[in-house]
Design a binder for this molecule. Structure first.
Ligand code: FDA
Length: 295
């Protein structure tokens, strides 16, 4: 797909190429009562220098968050920090990020990538927590059949969990394909996480799931600081505003970086549905302009 088209399609979903762009977006979100998590866009690192560079880039992010007094955590992808180069390479880089986060009382969520990384990601997370790094959280994907078992195996750590549907297309033998089955798995996992007393970031733009989560929160009489909702930058801000107005904490995922092309393209390729969303969103934004021109 030609670069200018990908750039145009992905514009609302990426803060810009530099940390200042991400922080500008976070500042606006904070002013509107939303908190954030910043992700430095990076491809799977192909050598250890690249993986270390990504870890170091997060230093700038923490420094800027602190200097500008922004309310934002960070999110990291382990393949960017060298997971495919070796478990130890990745652990060292992740520790750099997590230690630096702790120095500024910040928090790191480890994004979950495709199923080839699930075991090692969970293992690395446990290793960090057992080494008393408490400022780190994990993501679980409701589309994976294993997730309800993973909930049971991580709850002894009282993890901070982001629960999402999962963006990666996986074989049917390991993942639910049916839309309603994914929703059911999401609700079941969310309930099990709440039951175990975990703090959950409920990451979805699916209104049906948002409503189901709100019901669970109400039934369990959870306080505002015992869970949060999470959404992606530029996606369904109307639904996000509704949650904030109703008094829920909402965290927005803010990706930035120079590798926007690869990231956007991969997202479009990984899940053609997103191409549809992006196209629908673009049309939505173009239609009024056309009407205005016609008038
Ligand atoms: P669903 O796909 O049904 O979307 C519901 C509605 O939201 C759609 O009908 C559409 O209107 C809108 N929508 C959703 N996505 C959109 C988009 N990109 N553009 C425009 N409109 C869109 N996945 C993963 O595998 N690992 C991870 O670490 C993360 N991290 C993560 C963080 C946060 C904060 C969020 C919100 C999501 C993730 N994800 C993720 C992605 C997640 O797994 C999932 O793919 C998307 O959130 C879409 O699923 P929904 O639950 O929103 O439902």
């Amino acid at each position: 797909m030609p670069k200018p088209i990908v750039r145009r399609l992905s514009e609302p979903y990426i803060a810009g190429p530099d940390v200042v762009d991400a922080c500008r977006a976070v500042k606006l979100l904070n002013e509107r009562g939303k908190v954030a998590t910043i992700d430095v866009l990076g491809e799977e690192s192909s050598n250890s220098g690249q993986a270390r560079d990504l870890a170091c880039e997060y230093e700038d992010v923490f420094e800027t968050i602190q200097r500008q007094r922004l309310d934002s955590t960070v999110s990291v992808k382990l393949t960017g920090l060298g997971l495919k180069l070796g478990y130890e390479v990745c652990r060292e880089n992740l520790e750099i990020v997590v230690r630096r986060a702790a120095e500024s009382a910040n928090f790191v969520t480890i994004d979950m990538e495709d199923s080839s990384t699930t075991d090692e990601t969970l293992r690395l997370y446990r290793q960090l927590r057992e080494a008393e790094h408490d400022n780190v959280g994990i993501v679980l994907q409701a589309s994976l059949r294993r997730t309800i078992d993973d909930v049971a195996t991580v709850t002894d750590l009282k993890p901070n969990v982001r629960l999402c549907k999962g963006i990666y297309i996986e074989p049917e033998v390991i993942a639910f394909r049916d839309f309603d089955a994914v929703r059911a798995s999401f609700v079941q996992s969310l309930d099990a996480l709440f039951e175990a007393g975990c703090y959950v970031g409920i990451a979805t733009h699916d209104k049906w799931l948002v409503d189901a989560a709100r019901r669970l929160v109400r039934e369990r009489a959870l306080a505002d600081d015992e869970y949060e909702f999470q959404m992606l930058l530029g996606v369904r801000p109307d639904l996000g505003d509704e949650l904030v107005r109703a008094g829920h904490r909402l965290r927005i995922y803010v990706p930035f970086g120079r590798q926007w092309y690869e990231y956007s393209l991969r997202r479009l390729q990984e899940n053609p549905k997103i191409a549809g969303y992006v196209a629908a969103d673009t049309l939505g934004r173009l239609r009024p302009r056309r009407r205005a021109q016609a008038a």
